[in-house]
Design a protein around this ligand. Structure first.
Ligand SMILES: Nc1ncnc2c1ncn2[C@@H]1O[C@H](COP(=O)(O)OP(=O)(O)O)[C@@H](O)[C@H]1O
Ligand SMILES: [Mg+2]
Length: 253
């Protein structure tokens, strides 16, 4: 981590997050006692001043510990749905509760995200000039963990994903499957109660995709973490307890 601090890359992140840290310490996880990890009531989301209706009155409940797949045509609103659940974007109308936090009543989204939610994207979104271990440490910068503990946890997570020989590699030196393992380790860094995965196998060949899917299933089984996963692939979707179909901004029932 010291190397990174020298060129200022990590400093930018640290500085951006410092004001969050004190609030973060006060956010208690109440997700162990709630029934539903996600609740959406009549959620609408438009883009382009209302010209594009991305979500059109979505009602959805995801139970704590459930593994749900989201399927639907391109442009049907799957990513929008995930982004709203992940407090990466806000709804125009309706109510969203995630891990017991009412997102429509709160504004400290980054605190909720870092304490409760792990994200995995199709194109991993790793920071190119940071090593695998440093990428995994990024979410932990928002916690009171010492540098030593952050390094240890990042290494433990990567080792648990058979990445012990790649701790100090930068993303361009890793294969697609390896990058996605780093992204999974990063998503797990802060012990999330909810993992949101947007086409996590979408840019992988089918064999590598299956390995990544098996890792997600193991995490679900072992840790009981709730997973919502968007996928185009029916075989991938079938790994979940339940498949939700999205069509033109609505959930099909
Ligand atoms: N940031 C944005 N600005 C404008 N339109 C958007 C934006 N994000 C998504 N959309 C539009 O909203 C609709 C739903 O998009 P999205 O949720 O990405 O669908 P999916 O993930 O199912 O392919 C599409 O018509 C898309 O073009
Ligand atoms: Mg999408």
């Amino acid at each position: 981590m010291n190397d990174v601090k020298k060129d200022g890359t990590m400093d930018k992140y640290v500085n951006a997050k410092i004001e969050e840290t004190s609030r973060n310490e006060t956010l208690t996880k109440n997700s162990k006692t709630i029934e539903n990890m996600v609740e959406m009531d009549s959620v609408c989301k438009t883009y382009e001043d209302g010209r594009i209706m991305a979500l059109d009155g979505v009602d959805l409940k995801v139970r704590r510990g459930e593994f749900v797949s989201v399927m639907g045509p391109s442009g049907s609103g799957k990513s929008t749905l995930l982004n709203l659940m992940g407090a990466l974007d806000t709804a125009d109308e309706g109510r969203i509760t995630v891990a017991g936090h009412d997102l429509t009543q709160r504004e400290d989204f980054s605190t909720i995200r870092s304490a409760e939610i792990g994200f995995i994207f199709q194109f991993h979104n790793l920071i190119p000039n940071l090593t695998a271990s440093e990428n995994v440490q990024i979410p932990m910068l928002e916690t009171p963990l010492s540098d030593e503990k952050m390094v240890q946890r990042a290494e433990d997570l990567l080792k648990s994903l058979n990445m012990e020989n790649k701790l100090d590699q930068i993303p361009t030196k890793l294969s697609g499957g390896e990058r996605q393992r780093v992204a999974i380790a990063r998503a797990l860094a802060n012990h999330p109660s909810l993992i949101l995965a947007d086409e996590p196998t979408g840019s992988l060949d089918s064999k590598t995709g299956k390995i990544i899917l098996d890792i997600l299933r193991d995490i679900h089984r072992r840790d009981g973490v709730t997973i919502v996963m968007v996928t185009h692939d029916e075989r991938v979707a079938e790994a979940a307890d339940r498949i939700i179909q999205v069509s033109a901004g609505r959930i099909e029932v």
